[in-house]
Design a protein around this ligand. Structure first.
Ligand code: AMP
Ligand code: MN
Ligand code: MN
Length: 324
């Protein structure tokens, strides 16, 4: 976080004080960071002045149903008055799904995010690519608001930071990450239960999908690039959902020779969600940016509107070019 972040936070808090109809929103295909940081900020604003609304833009994966305040995420009518929209963990307006319409209607937009590809779509942009998770920025924001971080808020922030750092092992993890998490543990959260909910709660359907998709692994460039795919047919076979692909791509990156791991998720016949992860060398955010996606240096994504085999060729070509 740079020096101006504190000033931007004060300005954002002034807007929160001033406006009545305040909405929070985050990106589609939700993850632990966006749900955790959204609920933490929602709970903090609730304590600060009350009346906060959290817009549901996508289904919540079962992994995060245990989070305190999860029922705050609801459908809201776009025709109601909207003063202030706070977007979390989203690099651009398109990633907000129907939240984009709320942003268009709002008098002011606050953009809180940590993606290097963020396009500063807000009136106030609190964007910190050096933060491991949006949850880290929200932690500082809540401190600035002078709201007490209780167990519920700390549980949500811990989830946000733990999931976006792969349990504190990814290269985005810094000493600040550990200092913040130490403060969260001081509050007395039940880390054992949180971690069981997040990491030791895999369904049998997800396990079978995992085994099958690993069988689809193809490697290129002497094992430096690994590609796996999950099709709608595979989901049907195991009665699994696309959210059950969580963890697959990290497993591929974990292979010794791999530098870039690629997961292709067949959303529809002509729509494939691409996830990329790298280990040490390749900037995958640059690759995804070429396809209107984005993310971070070591984790990024995009959507390509082609059939699965075509998408594979397109993305592979781009990945392999980056090794030259
Ligand atoms: P994923 O592979 O979906 O887990 O995403 C990896 C990282 O890239 C996350 O930080 C996402 O928020 C980001 N990301 C994924 N898809 C997109 C996209 N279409 N546009 C911008 N960022 C994305
Ligand atoms: Mn996210
Ligand atoms: Mn994030």
């Amino acid at each position: 976080m740079n020096n101006s972040t504190g000033i931007l936070m004060v300005e954002a808090i002034e807007l929160i004080k001033r406006y009545d109809n305040i909405y929070l929103v985050s990106h589609v295909q939700p993850d632990g960071d966006n749900i955790g940081s959204t609920l933490a900020l929602a709970k903090a604003i609730e304590k600060f002045k009350g009346g906060i609304k959290v817009i549901k833009v996508d289904d919540i994966p079962s992994d995060y149903q245990f989070l305190p305040g999860i029922d705050m995420i609801k459908n809201y009518d776009i025709n109601e008055p909207i003063d202030l929209l706070i977007s979390l963990d989203s690099s651009d307006l398109n990633r907000l799904g129907l939240g984009k319409e709320f942003a268009r209607k709002a008098k002011r937009v606050i953009n809180i995010d940590h993606h290097i590809t963020n396009d500063n779509f807000g009136d106030i942009n609190i964007v910190s690519p050096s933060s491991a998770a949006t949850g880290e920025i929200v932690y500082e924001f809540i401190k600035k608001m002078a709201v007490d971080i209780d167990k519920d808020i700390a549980t949500c922030l811990y989830t946000a930071i733990s999931t976006d750092t792969g349990s504190f092992i990814y290269s985005n993890t810094t000493y600040k990450t550990h200092l913040i998490v130490a403060e969260l543990l001081k509050v007395g959260i039940d880390v054992e239960t949180i971690n069981i909910n997040l990491y030791q709660n895999r369904s049998m359907a997800r396990t079978k999908l995992f085994i099958d998709s690993m069988n689809s692994l193809e490697t290129y460039l002497e094992g430096k690039v690994g590609v796996i795919a999950v099709t709608q047919e595979m989901l049907k076979a195991y009665d699994a959902k696309m959210e059950d692909t969580e963890g697959l791509i990290s497993f591929v990156r974990g292979i010794d020779s791999i530098e870039v791991a690629c997961l292709l998720k067949e959303i529809d016949k002509n729509e494939v969600k691409v996830s990329l992860r790298s280990k040490k060398r390749i900037d995958v955010s640059r690759i995804c940016n070429k396809f209107n996606g984005g993310g971070h240096i070591r984790a990024a994504g995009c959507t390509i509107n082609e059939r699965l085999p075509v998408t594979k060729d397109i993305i592979l070509e781009e990945i392999l070019m980056n090794f030259r």
